[in-house]
Design a protein around this ligand. Sequence first.
Ligand code: GDP
Ligand code: ZN
Length: 302
Amino acid sequence: MSSEHALVIATYSQRMRLRLADGAEVDARIKGKRLRPVCGDRVTATAIDKETDWLITAIGPRDNELTRPNVRGRVEVLAANIDYLVAVAAAEPRADWFIIDRYLCAAELMNVPAGVIFNKIDLDGDAPATRSELDTYASIGYDTASCSAETGAGIADVQRLFENRCGIIVGQSGVGKSSIINRLRGEALQKTAAVSGKTREGRHTTVNSVMISLPGGGAVIDSPGVRDYAPAMASSRMAAVGFREIVSLAVGCRFANCRHLREPGCAVKDAVERGTMAARRYESYKRIVNLTNQLSQGRSPG
Ligand code: GDP
Ligand code: ZN
């Protein structure tokens, strides 16, 4: 029996789908109960005599993890080794840029580059308000693209964002994430690999996440758990790390531990007053600080 390096491309309740070094895909299970591989993990696996299942014997070190607190308040890893995060907003449901900022905040905390996609431009062509928000994101270094998964307009720009990397797609329900993925795959009605997983697995129907290879290189991780992801932060101090323009402005604050709220000599507040930092982004920062404070107070009474 020889061991091979493999990539976890889908996780079901107790089973995994692996891609081996030669590109072949196999089903696998875990040796023992302690290993918890997730989509994107690089693992060591061994073929089992007279069985189609492979056995995962080790998980390689992770570059990063996308986590969220589960219902019991414990941290659950949804995917690993992500190269890129794409946050989707749309003409309908009405774009909520505060939610987009929370996703971008998550990307910053994971230390991965990110982009913002505005979908359904067939419904709302080039509204000045949307353009101005996208310009703000572009000015602080995020990729931006506008598209219509319905008509295909702008999809080539979206495709370029995923080129040669493994991206994860997030955004409010209904903004068109599945439709965008289907467009990228060029298969309008295919409802992703999750379905083939379902039929193959029979009773084990819980699909946690799946990595979908895109024509032209690159991949997108689609996960029911990831879709409506927003970061839960241990401390409101981490919120500042999630706003890249605040990180660069903060070096000019009078106090090294400035929280950019009511402190004098705050370079962030100055920038907002002078209009060099977007007021809406600053508002977003304050909301995340408040939200995190409320949550942490709720958890530890007194
Ligand atoms: P998800 O919840 O983010 O995965 O969103 P879906 O992909 O399921 O799309 C939600 C609805 O929006 C569906 O009815 C789609 O047909 C529709 N939709 C998706 N993209 C577009 C678009 O570019 N234009 C229009 N008009 N509708 C779209
Ligand atoms: Zn400050």
